[in-house]
Design a protein around this ligand. Sequence first.
Ligand SMILES: [Zn+2]
Length: 280
Amino acid sequence: MKTARAVPVLMYHHVSPNPGLVTISPENFRAQMRYLAEHDWHTASLDELARFLAGESLPKKSVVITFDDGYLDNWVYAHPVMAEYGLHGAIFLVTGWIGDGPPRPHAACSKVGAGGTAHLPATPDHGTCKRLIAAGRADEVMLRWSEIEAMRAAGTFEFHSHTHTHTRWDQIETDQSIRLNRLTEDLETSRETLRARLGASTPHLCWPQGYYDADYQRLALASGFTHCYTTQPGTVCPGAAADALPRIVIKDRGNDWLASRLWLYRSAFRTRFYGWFKGR
Ligand SMILES: [Zn+2]
């Protein structure tokens, strides 16, 4: 079997008919997922990616799908498409924003009649989600644990940490020791919440807004997070630093755009050349 030399990690946030910052339409998301399925891309888990970093092989066409924050629209619009095409991804949860209650309908529920999406929950744009979360109404726009369990059972998604509160402590706390204590608390609460809810600890952490520094990396490792994901562009090669893994920002574009990104980022050489060309 030919093995991958570099594995692109894709970064999504919202899949929703309501356009906005970091949102892809359900039509474009479906086109991208269909492309992956029809062209035999292997959608690797984060543990598989960790083993690839350590030297194990992965199929030549391997890619990692990640979603940040854990929005309700991931359940409503992304999960059914992933299930249909037999694909797998990872969602980094802000554990303090996840609520309890029964699963809500998603786009492939049998109750959705011909042309009828009226009973689907609202999936507002990113700005509206942020305002509702700040107003204490996170449950209206974020996943519930019941939906998370259903996605795990279906094999469409696995779940990891995006901290407990998504706070940029560097922007809030000027006192360094308080700042680092708050961050430690945030990391450990998230890790403990995931362990209690999902039955296993995760070593995978995604930094809120991609921000981290050397102190953050040290605290993450001390809290048990060996693999940290950023918003820096690039691709993952064997031997790369596990504490600062690059990802590719997804655009609201179709399969041709995704194919061009995958062609670029499945090659470490092309990725480096492209980074040089972009002045990185
Ligand atoms: Zn985030």
